[in-house]
Design a protein around this ligand. Structure first.
Ligand code: 5GP
Length: 239
C-alpha cells in the first residue's frame, strides 16, 4: 500500500465522501459511508457495515473488470472504507443496463416483473436530483451538452461489455444481475473511464434459485433484514 495523506474535503454525496490527496492532483480518496437513501433521498437510513462492504465489493469488481479490459477510475483500496481513484470530470448521465424487467421499467412499459429481456436494454438518465433523474435520449443529452454522439456510442458499448462480463461473474456466485447503474467520467487526458461504484446500492441482484431480492430494494421497500442481505452478498461475491 502506497503512502497517502487525506487532505481536503471535496464533496459529500448520498453514499460517499471525496477528499483530495496531499501532493496529488489527478487522484482523490473515495470514502464509502453506511448511510442509505432511496426515492431521491425521501427515505433515509443506515445499513450496518455498508461502507466496508461497498468499498470491498467495488474494489473487487473493478479489479475484475480491469483484468478484462475495462478502463476504470480504481487505483487501490487503502482502508476498510476508502479507496484511491483517478480524479474524473463526471459525465452527468446515469447509464442503466437491464437484463430482467424490474423497477422503473415496469412503469414505462408493458413488461411484467421478472420477465427476462431477450436483449439487454440500455438507458440514459440525466443525473439531476432537482429534476428527479429523468430518462433522456441521445438528442436530449447532446442538446444539454452532456456528451457528444461518439461519446454516447462509447458509453452504450462500454455498458454492454461490462454487462456481458458481470452476468457470468454474478451467476458463478448464485446471483442474477437484473439491472444496474453505471457512471462514467473523463480523466485529466480526456479519456472516458468507469467511475463511481458497483454494489448492491447500484445493482439489482436476485438469488439465482429463488429470485429473492438481495440489494437495496430490501431497504427501499422494507423487504427484510437489509444488514444481513448486504453481508450475505459480500460473502457470496468475494470468493
Ligand atoms: P430503476 O430505474 O429501475 O429505478 O433502477 C435501475 C437500476 O439502476 C437499479 O439497479 C438501481 O439500483 C440503479 N439506480 C438507478 N438510479 C439510481 C440512483 O440514483 N442511485 C443508485 N444508487 N442506483 C440507481
Amino acid at each position: 500500500m502506497k503512502e497517502h495523506i487525506k487532505d481536503k474535503f471535496i464533496y459529500e454525496g448520498k453514499a460517499k465522501k471525496l477528499y483530495t490527496l496531499k501532493g496529488k492532483t489527478n487522484k482523490i480518496l473515495q470514502e464509502f459511508k453506511d448511510d442509505a437513501t432511496a426515492f431521491n433521498a425521501l427515505k433515509k437510513g443506515t445499513i450496518q457495515n455498508k461502507g466496508v462492504i461497498n468499498n470491498n465489493l467495488t474494489a473487487y469488481i473493478f479489479k475484475h473488470l480491469e483484468k478484462h479490459g475495462i478502463k476504470t477510475h480504481f487505483v487501490e483500496k487503502v482502508s476498510d472504507t476508502e479507496m484511491i481513484v483517478k480524479r474524473l470530470k463526471i459525465i452527468m448521465i446515469e447509464v442503466i443496463v437491464r437484463n430482467i424487467a424490474a423497477g422503473s421499467l415496469l412503469k414505462k412499459t408493458n413488461l411484467k416483473e421478472a420477465q427476462v429481456l431477450k436483449n439487454p436494454i440500455v438507458e440514459f438518465y440525466y443525473k439531476d436530483d432537482a429534476l428527479g433523474d429523468p430518462l433522456i435520449n441521445d438528442s436530449h443529452a447532446i442538446a444539454m451538452k452532456l456528451a457528444n454522439q461518439k461519446e454516447l456510442n462509447y458509453l452504450r458499448k462500454a455498458a454492454l461489455k461490462i454487462n456481458s462480463l458481470l452476468i457470468p461473474f454474478f451467476k458463478k456466485r448464485g446471483l442474477k444481475l437484473v439491472d444496474f447503474k453505471l457512471e462514467f467520467g473523463k480523466d485529466s487526458k480526456g479519456k472516458i473511464l468507469l467511475g463511481d461504484e458497483i454494489t448492491p446500492d447500484t445493482c439489482r441482484l436476485w438469488d439465482a434459485k429463488t429470485n429473492e431480492k438481495m440489494d437495496k430494494d430490501v431497504f427501499r421497500f422494507d423487504l427484510g433484514n437489509v444488514n444481513d442481505t448486504y453481508a450475505n452478498v459480500k460473502e457470496r461475491i468475494m470468493i
